[in-house]
Design a binder for this molecule. Structure first.
Ligand SMILES: NC(=O)C1=CN([C@@H]2O[C@H](COP(=O)(O)OP(=O)(O)OC[C@H]3O[C@@H](n4cnc5c(N)ncnc54)[C@H](OP(=O)(O)O)[C@@H]3O)[C@@H](O)[C@H]2O)C=CC1
Ligand SMILES: CC(=O)[C@@H](O)[C@H](O)COP(=O)(O)O
Ligand SMILES: [Mn+2]
Length: 383
């Protein structure tokens, strides 16, 4: 029996993780879960899974939730609550599936306690990749990728000599506006931006996908997970999201991982690794699919992708700034306070105003993260 804790249980990844847990009751047990404000779903999940510990966003919500769930379930709240869930003594594997860099501190705390990490939350690695990976190495903790591209690469690398990898190719759908020119992006709506062509996901990652910042964050995530130099990471537009990513080896062989777009597959693999458990879903039917399409990813069409490569190559605290400014800009766009094209402007201006710190400490990262959020907010007001 593997004991699991989930951060972000009410979200898109969190809900699918609980589905996977429920589909293998003899193998997995949910012992702790954390979410934000979705009280109804938190109560429903706590009653169904009966975890020992639940965390919610605020004290008021904790008091409200407590009345409706089993008395033996402890209810905590806030960042301390997230950390308590992540480090619960019975937990073997932590699934980090909150959105945003709020995932960083609980993930670090879990690593310090020797918990295995199934990581969906890419912002954690973008904000503080070096610190996370060094701590994981120190405590001999595996960071198992949940993100579909990184799970694909991880699968392609099984049994391979990593020093013989020439490059990795991250596939990208191109997002909700992939058939629009830059000129056509001027007046796009929030409603249309939220219509991802292939995946049903939370709002933040869906907007990131439309700007291609999602792929930019994934480039930095891949750099840290696979120790891959940025010059050996390529992004390829692929309309169907069926090839989840590829690895090119020095003998020219290309390994790819394919499947229908269903996040329960990489979630389950991160929980069962190195085993594969059955999963009853319609199989990929390539004859039915017929054609797969590919195009080059153009930095002029997708400036957020360029900015992410620049931030990654600059290193130090620049990826922290990229991520923080993006989180602010996307939040503002989701509130209809700025336009779609303002997102990239806010990020680039914030980055331009930052003097990066090399090899930052966690405290320096937190300080820079706060600075970047404030700076990004002030830029937005001018747009
Ligand atoms: N969705 C997907 O298919 C994929 C997502 N990812 C990554 O996984 C992460 C999660 O994405 P997704 O599931 O789509 O996001 P969602 O927006 O669907 O879910 C976010 C979750 O985080 C919780 N949450 C947000 N803020 C806080 C907070 N301050 N304290 C506690 N809980 C909080 C939410 O709680 P509540 O709703 O209760 O407020 C919710 O449970 C992101 O980093 C994303 O990039 C990666 C690959 C694919
Ligand atoms: C499902 C998943 O892993 C998402 O991160 C996905 O990659 C988004 O799709 P695109 O960024 O390719 O549009
Ligand atoms: Mn992805």
């Amino acid at each position: 029996m593997k004991n699991i804790a989930v951060l972000g249980s009410t979200g898109s990844i969190g809900r699918q993780t609980l589905e996977v847990i429920a589909s293998h009751p003899g193998s997995f047990r949910l012992v702790a879960m954390a979410a934000g404000t979705n009280a109804d779903l938190i109560i429903e999940q706590a009653n169904k899974f009966q975890p020992a510990l639940v965390s919610v966003s605020t004290k008021e919500l904790a008091e409200r939730v407590k009345i409706h769930i089993p008395a033996h379930t402890k209810v905590v709240y806030g960042l301390e609550g997230l950390i308590e869930v992540a480090t619960h003594e019975d937990v073997h594997t932590l699934v980090t599936a909150v959105v945003g860099s709020i995932g960083l501190k609980p993930t670090l705390a879990a690593i310090e306690q020797g918990k295995q990490i199934a990581l969906a939350n890419k912002e954690t690695l973008v904000t503080a990749g070096q610190i996370v990976m060094e701590l994981a190495a120190k405590h001999q903790v595996s960071i198992l990728p949940v993100d579909s591209e990184h799970s694909a690469i991880f699968q392609c690398l099984q049994g391979e000599n990593k020093s013989q990898v020439e490059k990795i190719i991250l596939t990208a759908s191109g997002g909700s506006f992939r058939h629009k020119s830059r000129e056509e992006l001027v007046n796009v709506s929030l409603e249309d931006a939220l219509k991802h062509p292939n995946w049903s996901m939370g709002p933040k990652v869906t907007i990131d996908s439309a700007t291609m910042m999602n792929k930019g964050l994934e480039v930095i995530e891949a750099h840290w997970l696979f120790s891959m130099p940025y010059d050996n990471i390529e992004v390829l537009l692929h309309d169907e999201s069926i090839i989840h990513s590829m690895v090119v080896f020095q003998d020219s062989a290309v390994m790819a991982q394919l499947g229908t777009p269903d996040m329960r597959v990489p979630i389950q693999y991160a929980l069962t690794y190195p085993e594969r458990y059955p999963f009853f879903t319609p199989r990929l039917d390539l004859a039915q699919v017929g054609c797969l399409h590919f195009r080059e990813a153009d930095f002029n069409r997708y400036p957020c992708l360029r900015l992410a490569f620049e931030a990654g190559k600059t290193g130090g605290t620049m990826p922290t700034v990229l991520n923080a400014a993006n989180e602010i800009a996307v939040t503002q766009f989701l509130r209809s306070e700025i336009s779609f094209l303002d997102i990239e402007k806010v990020i680039e201006e914030t980055m331009n105003q930052h003097e990066p710190i090399a090899n930052p400490t966690l405290e320096e990262i937190e300080e820079v993260d706060r600075w970047a959020r404030e700076r990004a907010k002030s830029i937005e007001r001018r747009c």
